[in-house]
Design a protein around this ligand. Sequence first.
Ligand SMILES: [Zn+2]
Length: 379
Amino acid sequence: MSPSRTRTFVPCLAFMGLVACAGGDLPPRASLEEGEAWITAEPVAFGAGGLTPVLSVPPFDGESVSLWAKSEPGTCFALASLDDAQGRTWVSQREAGPYCTDCRVRTSLAQEEALIVLTGGEGFAPGEGFAVRFGLMDCETLTPTGTGGESRLQLAWLPRQSIPERGHLSLRFLVSQHSMLFGQPDRQRELLERLNDELEEVGLEVTLEAAAELPDAPSETRFWTTQLAGLSALLEGAPPALDTTVDVVFAGCLRYDDPFFGPPEPVNGFTPRVGGGVGPASAVFMPGLRCDSFGGGPASWPLGTYAHVIAHELGHFLGLYHSVETDGTADLLSDTNEQNIMNPNPSRVGARGWSPSQRRQILSHPWVRSSLAPRPRTP
Ligand SMILES: [Zn+2]
């Protein structure tokens, strides 16, 4: 796809009408800074080998770019290649599993929709332009597949000129009756303060845009990488989502139920995909009950510990992987070691602090805005 076949989204809306513009699909919500706009490409089909054609993102004046890719419900896909303008390869193939561990630029498997924020660093400069291909994945086995029927993929990108010094992010708390925060606005405010203490070092400030009760949340919710119906159902019980606001759901007991490796494991927090903001169950989920003692009512976690885990989960939502995965695979950020808040067990002693690369990644997410001015509305 050549630059001449790309177009900015806003004029397209104004002059061509919504449906003609993007086949009825909108790029996701974003906190657009002045002069920013999504650029959309013509939709493409997954063809031979389950791969799309090569899609080129032309050079742009900026430090980071958000890529939005959308297919149909029930379609899983992953980044299959990423080559920069100098011909260097950063991603060479689809890797089995929920995310790529070996890729020089790490990305996650997407279900229906993906938001991938490329910030550069480690030698990759997205502003010089690059080319990507996506490939189909089997939603059940999380492995590459060559057969996808009629699935199509639409790509849009949002270049960002500079990464802000500090960023602001809106949150909404969705509180079930199982949570120690239920009916406790003072405790919710204190949690927010503790969360801001955790995020201070990385230059992010969060504000509570709204809080709502989640009626009838089950005492236990089970889920897996691509089996998110239980988590989606929790969100369906909430008032409609707010623009560019991250939902933090305080549920009952949460169990990660891997169909290949049992038994279901309780989790201290869960974010369905690294790079949140699109796709099913896009939120941060926190347990309210301990899975082993339902009878005792809401578990009372110390607020500081709880805030630390939420900060870790927000890190995932905003694009961060673990500093080392549980199988020993290290993150590829050269300035980020294991002793970091993105340790897979954030409650561990020493799992504190953020690195400069993590800061760049977090502040580049399109929902993070550089000032506290009212957020411009996106279509
Ligand atoms: Zn984690």
